[in-house]
Design a protein around this ligand. Structure first.
Ligand SMILES: [Fe+2]
Ligand SMILES: [Fe+2]
Length: 250
């Protein structure tokens, strides 16, 4: 019964759905693709699931739909709170959702491969070439080794990605086998990106359970992440703040 209802909705959209769809077609005939389109897209879902399966097999933390959704949401929130227009923050969410799909191919150069995979998906969904280029740039620049924020969208994706340190990312089922990345992520009971638009501050607030990892271990493994996050905040004309267990470190 549920399937019948859902099929009916897909094949026979209500007038409201049609109006909504019509309003998403630009004067050039392109579609204003949103993250909701990607969440419904079987190809995107398959790539994200394959990316996470690869990372899990290699012993990495979660890089699938949870991470994708969270990074997209943070990127959108940052841009929205800083007063960027609706389409810019929607594209931030799209780029955040897609940023790690390249891991489906290989961990190395996954920013580049993911960017090209995204192009195929977004072209098929009829996103304009200009918007595709913005999303591809953000995906291609999200890694510490070779990425730099050169647009507001790329900066927001970097902030979302580098902020995601949380115990729910740990995929290793045996605590006795935890490496330092597992321990630091497991120790992070709460992580939150708070934007203070008036003060022009973007703060990463972390609560770390020091039973599992010392605060210094966070710095040990995430120094390059923090440096990249600070550059991204500065690109957005904001100061980066890091607050761990209510103590301000930057
Ligand atoms: Fe990545
Ligand atoms: Fe990521």
């Amino acid at each position: 019964m549920l399937n019948e209802i859902s099929n009916k909705k897909t094949t026979q959209p209500s007038d409201g759905d049609q109006d909504n769809e019509t309003s998403r077609i630009t004067s050039n005939g392109y579609r204003l693709v949103t993250v909701e389109d990607l969440k419904r897209d079987a190809e995107t879902t398959a790539m994200l699931q394959a990316a996470n399966a690869t990372m899990k097999a290699l012993g990495y933390t979660e890089h699938g739909q949870r991470h994708a959704g969270l990074v997209g949401n943070i990127a959108q929130n940052v841009l929205e709170h800083l007063g960027y227009d609706q389409r810019t923050y929607q594209l931030g969410n799209v780029a955040g959702y897609l940023h790690d799909i390249g891991n489906a191919i290989h961990r190395q150069n996954h920013a580049l491969s993911g960017s090209l995979l995204a192009w195929g998906i977004l072209k098929r969904l009829n996103m304009s070439p200009q918007e595709c280029a913005l999303v591809m740039n953000a995906i291609g620049n999200h890694e510490e080794e070779r990425g730099t924020a050169t647009t507001a969208i790329s900066a927001a994706v970097i902030i979302g990605d580098k902020a995601d340190v949380h115990r729910s990312r740990v995929q290793n089922p045996r605590m006795e086998d935890f490496d330092i990345h597992d321990r630091v992520n497991y120790a992070a009971k709460r992580s939150f990106v708070r934007v203070h638009p008036e003060e022009k501050i973007i703060a990463l607030e972390l609560q770390i359970d020091t039973y599992y990892a010392a605060v210094i271990e966070y710095f040990e493994i995430f120094l390059s992440r923090m440096t990249m996050m600070r550059q991204a905040c500065e690109f957005l004309s904001c100061k980066y703040q890091l607050i761990i267990n209510d103590t301000q470190f930057a």
